[in-house]
Design a protein around this ligand. Structure first.
Ligand code: CU
Length: 168
């Protein structure tokens, strides 16, 4: 007589069901851990501009460049833009996301006129979670700041596609 067997319960079906539940929980936990690990990998990268070669304008090291994407997301947090330096190709889009509890207003330099990169200006404060996107079509250095917190600064460096390492 098996002491562990409960009378009246079809043990095979019951334990299989329990194992399936555990498997789902374990898979979910691994997925969450992996997600957190991926997120940690996207720490802000700062001061890229200082590492540029004065003669060629090329970036000094590939580990300091933002991966190439047609669309780059920049978060505005309580410590400023993240990342604060963005290197993109002409025609790429930058999306700003307000991660603060107060409004943020991404705009081109120079404060307060915002005329260095015409059109790059959200023209209003973004609410928490709200986004603003701008497509950069001219090759140039675009200083950026939060119009409502001008100490928050950054740089969007718009390159010709051929000037990017491993350009597409
Ligand atoms: Cu401003």
């Amino acid at each position: 007589m098996d002491m562990n067997q409960q009378v009246g319960v079809p043990q095979g079906a019951s334990s299989t069901h329990r194992w399936v539940l555990w498997a789902i929980i374990i898979v979910a936990a691994v997925a969450v851990a992996w997600g957190a690990y991926q997120y940690r990998g996207e720490e802000p990268i700062e001061n890229d501009i200082e590492m540029m070669d004065a003669d060629t304008g090329m970036m000094g090291g590939s580990e300091n460049t933002i991966p190439m994407h047609a669309k780059v997301t920049v978060e505005v947090t309580d410590t400023g833009f993240s990342p604060s330096t963005v290197v993109i190709q002409k025609g790429d889009e930058v999306e700003f996301v307000n991660k603060r509890v107060v409004p943020v207003w991404p705009a081109s330099g120079a404060h307060p006129t915002h005329l260095l990169c015409p059109g790059f200006d959200s023209l209003k404060g973004l609410a928490t979670g709200e986004t603003y996107s701008f497509t950069f079509t001219e090759v140039r250095e675009c200083p950026m700041h939060d119009h409502l917190a001008p100490a928050f600064k950054g740089m969007i460096s718009v390159k010709e596609a051929s000037a990017m390492k491993g350009g597409q």
